[in-house]
Design a protein around this ligand. Structure first.
Ligand code: OGA
Ligand code: NI
Length: 352
């Protein structure tokens, strides 16, 4: 016997624009219509979710005698998965712990306090928002976020939320440490491509710290925390709490990344796939939510403003230039132009 379908709740725009946390605080017990994906895009109907242990890079070994061996592991990871995890990275547990803790406390502030940073202007350097792109998304996703521009720090730190009182200090410390780690990881990635003296990719680009909050969801099978997308920039360093949720596309399946405590998940972004002329992959990933626990992640997104073009050293007879030159304006145009099915800017730059 099948039960009659419950009517799904329709929400007015001014409510869902306030975010998922706000909905949950107001006692939502089923996923409203606005968040329900068409059946073929829902998480369970796609493929069975298996767990995957991503290749692990021991940062201490990378910086030591074993560098050339670790570079090979790194290179394989970037080709095969577009993802790897970094352990023994030298960022103190305390710095990481404070960042997670202060982020949780930010999302627990009264809505009015969080709302001060709310904006649907994508180019605001500090922005509290919801979904993936709340201006364009037809179906909303089950995520709220706090976006913090971080570099140069003296320009942006005064704009970061003043509450909780220790937020600026924690973000300042965290963003400096992750930026340093990013630079060392980028050195290794360039070296693994044989591009040791490459000046083409400036490491002095943008850094965005994106704090993602995925509240526990009453019907996780109907929606997603983040839809399938690839990251726009060069490289992303992701810190996740101990709740699973990140899934990557690998051999046409969705696989769940098993979190390793206090490690970073690192992935190649679109800009780097272009720069590497397709050697290293910017892989599509998404976030599943769960009914038991809310989940928090902190992504440090590194990108450059200038034009990115495939490195001439990686173009030859057998490997013709695979992508159009690309800049941030193209990306913004793409983001605002339409609602896209899979959030993948890269496809629009590919030379066929
Ligand atoms: C992102 C992202 C994954 C996560 O912020 O681009 O993919 O687990 N986050 O939050
Ligand atoms: Ni992402």
């Amino acid at each position: 016997m099948s039960l009659p379908a419950e009517p799904y709740v329709e929400l007015p725009k001014h409510i869902y624009q306030k975010g998922v946390k706000h909905l949950c605080e107001n006692g939502v017990t089923q996923v409203p219509q606005k968040y329900i994906l068409p059946p073929q895009e829902r998480p369970v109907s796609l493929v069975v979710n298996d767990c995957i242990h991503l290749p692990v890079i021991d940062f201490t070994q990378l910086q030591g005698m074993d560098r050339s061996r670790v570079l090979k592991v790194l290179s394989n990871a970037c080709r095969e998965f577009g993802f790897f995890q970094v352990v023994n990275h030298g960022i103190a547990d305390e710095v990481i712990g404070k960042m997670i803790d202060v982020s949780k406390r930010f999302f627990e502030l009264p809505f009015e306090e969080r709302q001060r940073y709310m904006s649907n202007n994508l180019s605001q350097p500090v922005r509290y928002g919801t979904s993936f792109n709340q201006n364009n998304d037809g179906v909303f996703c089950w995520r709220d976020f706090l976006k913090l521009s971080c570099h140069p720090m003296q320009d942006f730190a005064p704009l970061w939320p003043s509450s909780p009182v220790d937020l600026r200090e924690a973000v300042g410390e965290y963003s400096m440490k992750t930026r340093h780690l990013y630079e060392r990881v980028m050195d290794a990635i360039l070296e693994s491509l044989g591009l040791t003296d490459e000046k083409v990719i400036s490491k002095d680009g943008n850094q965005l710290v994106m704090v993602n909050c995925y509240p526990a969801c009453p019907q996780p099978e109907l929606t997603l925390g983040l839809p399938p997308h690839s990251d726009y920039g060069l490289l992303t360093l992701l810190l996740q709490d101990q709740v699973e949720g990140l899934q990557i596309q690998h051999n046409d399946r969705w696989v769940t990344v098993k979190p390793i405590p206090n490690s970073f998940v690192v992935n190649i972004g679109d800009q780097f796939e272009i720069f590497s002329n397709g050697r290293y992959k910017s892989v599509v990933h998404r976030v599943a939510v769960n009914s038991m626990r809310s989940r928090l992640s902190v992504a440090s997104l590194h990108s450059v403003n200038e034009n990115v073009t495939p490195s001439p050293k990686l173009i030859d007879y057998l490997n013709p230039k695979r992508y159009e030159d690309t800049n941030y304006a193209d990306f913004l145009h793409y983001l605002t132009s339409s609602e896209f099915k899979c959030k993948r800017f890269l496809e629009s730059r590919r030379i066929r």
